[in-house]
Design a protein around this ligand. Structure first.
Ligand code: ATP
Length: 483
């Protein structure tokens, strides 16, 4: 059974995963804080991505660039002129919507009603109009499709207007001296402007990649669906620099590699799919999204884009610094490929969307026991490598030295993986507490432990217990919680 988003949001809050930002002041829209368990899960996801991208690829290295960048960066990237969402207001409800999302919603409805062809035509027409920046045409399409405001139920729409998504601020102390800068709307540009620094100092040879994890900021107008669309969020991006003409090969290869990653962190095949773009961004010659089926439908978690030499070429033009690479490899005529601006294939995934996808996937409600003993059990079926806490050591009772023994075991495991000690309440309650935050292993210390140095390991998903020697714990659990 699909879980509702409301269940997910409540669970995330109640068990210390995600809190609304500045909640005591009634929150700030589309901004969230990660709590004590959320930060662990998110860090584990980031570590899994970092390892998959850098450690497992000899030709990919990481950087950590600043959020603030020279203002010309955003001129070169096209964000100053082109990072706009087409917005439309409903005159009755005074609510503002993204025009493309209204049309996509209509296409989804058509699709559900079995009118696949009509949906396709609609999306193609939308792509054409947006590509030509024909905003009046977009409005006409919304009206001719009879799209109504979900709040007022009317189709009394204003014109469509472009709205820039970048946040700006001032650097410098005195008004006259200060200048306008932006909070980065994507992490990619920090990679592009460092392309030659990394290539030269790392003696990197094309094809090679640069990876980065960091915050990005977008003044999203339609901020809904929990951490799916936030104004401050985190991206995990990798730009892969290739010889022009080879980009489609790499695009295909990364498309597959990235899908495998999502499966490896626990998202099932049937809830993942590719979505090829009808409408290409200004910088791309091919683009695909990897979508996950959230409780609110299939939505993008990662974008893979063939960005051509768009970014490096524009940076070369505005900075007047050559952004070329000398390729000494020989072409089919035996001559070096020589100087060129590399093409780029980008993989870009939102850490927060991946977090939400893994969280939705892990959230499990099950009926256990039968007859009078039947009850509902809720737990997080997280991949052990992602779980905030890997093991909890629980003494059956506090007396007779069991507590001290359990604490000593917890202390001996701590440096290998995140382990907690918990002595409060009935053992069943303590198991439940760990289930709710996704701890894969509970280690119980009982009277037999005092005699033969064995403990039980209780497995989260099956609730089965096995008896093992204390000396085996580190290796057994350590193996299970690595990815
Ligand atoms: P969308 O169409 O949903 O706005 P996008 O196509 O603009 O997303 P990209 O610019 O391709 O997104 O950014 C790459 C990734 O960054 C997305 O796949 C997503 O995971 C993440 N991302 C983008 N915007 C947000 C946001 N507002 N909140 C959380 N994550 C985001």
């Amino acid at each position: 059974v699909a879980n509702s988003l409301q269940d997910i949001i409540s669970h995330a809050k109640e068990y210390g995963f995600v809190f609304p930002s500045s909640e005591i002041y009634d929150g700030l829209q589309a901004v969230y804080d990660y709590g004590q368990n959320g930060v662990e899960l998110k860090n584990n996801l980031k570590a899994a991505w970092w390892k998959a991208m850098t450690q497992l690829h000899d030709n990919i290295v990481g950087i950590d660039a600043a959020i603030f960048m020279h203002p010309l960066t955003w001129k070169a990237s096209g964000h100053v002129d082109g990072f706009n969402d087409p917005m439309i207001d409903n005159k009755d409800s005074k609510k503002r919507y993204r025009a493309d999302q209204l049309l996509e919603g209509k296409a989804e409805e058509l699709e559900k009603a079995g009118e696949t062809e009509k949906a396709k035509v609609l999306l193609a027409e939308m792509g054409r109009l947006l590509g030509a920046e024909d905003l009046a045409g977009v409005r006409d399409l919304i009206i001719s499709e009879g799209i109504k405001c979900p709040i007022s139920g009317t189709s009394n729409w204003t014109d469509v207007r472009q709205f820039n998504l970048m946040f700006s601020t001032q650097v410098g102390s005195v008004a006259e001296e200060s200048s306008l800068i932006y909070l980065r709307p994507e992490t990619a540009q920090g990679i592009f402007v460092n392309f030659l620094n990394v290539q030269k100092t790392g003696r990197m040879k094309v094809p090679f990649g640069i990876a980065q994890i960091g915050k990005a900021f977008r003044n999203e107008i339609v901020a809904r669906q929990f951490t799916f669309r936030m104004r401050e969020f985190e991206q995990m991006e990798m730009q892969f620099f290739v010889r022009p003409g080879t980009e489609m090969e790499w695009y295909k290869a990364w498309k597959e590699t990235r899908l495998k990653f999502h499966k490896a962190v626990g998202l099932p095949t049937e809830r993942l799919k590719y979505h090829d773009h009808e409408k290409l961004a200004h910088y791309a010659n091919a683009a695909v999204d990897i979508e996950y089926e959230f409780p609110f439908g299939f939505r993008e978690i990662e974008g893979i884009h063939s960005r051509t030499d768009f970014d490096l070429r524009n940076h070369q033009e505005l900075s007047k610094k050559k952004q070329q690479y000398f390729d000494a490899d020989l072409d089919e005529n035996g001559k070096p490929y020589g100087n060129y601006i590399p093409y780029v294939v980008e993989t870009s995934v939102g850490a927060d969307r991946l977090f939400l996808a893994t969280f939705c996937e892990a959230f499990t409600k099950e009926t256990v026991g039968d007859g009078e003993n039947e009850k509902e059990r809720v737990y997080l079926k997280l991949h052990p490598a992602l779980a905030p806490i890997k093991a909890a050591v629980l003494p059956l009772v506090k007396k007779d030295g069991l507590a001290e023994k359990a604490e000593a075991i917890a202390n001996s495991l701590k440096s290998s993986f995140r382990t907690v000690y918990d002595e409060g309440g009935a053992i069943g309650k303590r198991y439940t507490r760990q289930d709710l935050i996704g701890t894969p292993f509970c280690i119980a210390v009982d009277y037999q432990t005092m005699e033969d140095e064995t403990v039980t390991i209780r497995h989260r998903d099956s609730m089965e217990q096995e008896r093992v020697h204390i000396s085996e714990l580190k290796e057994k659990i350590g193996y299970a919680v690595s990815m």
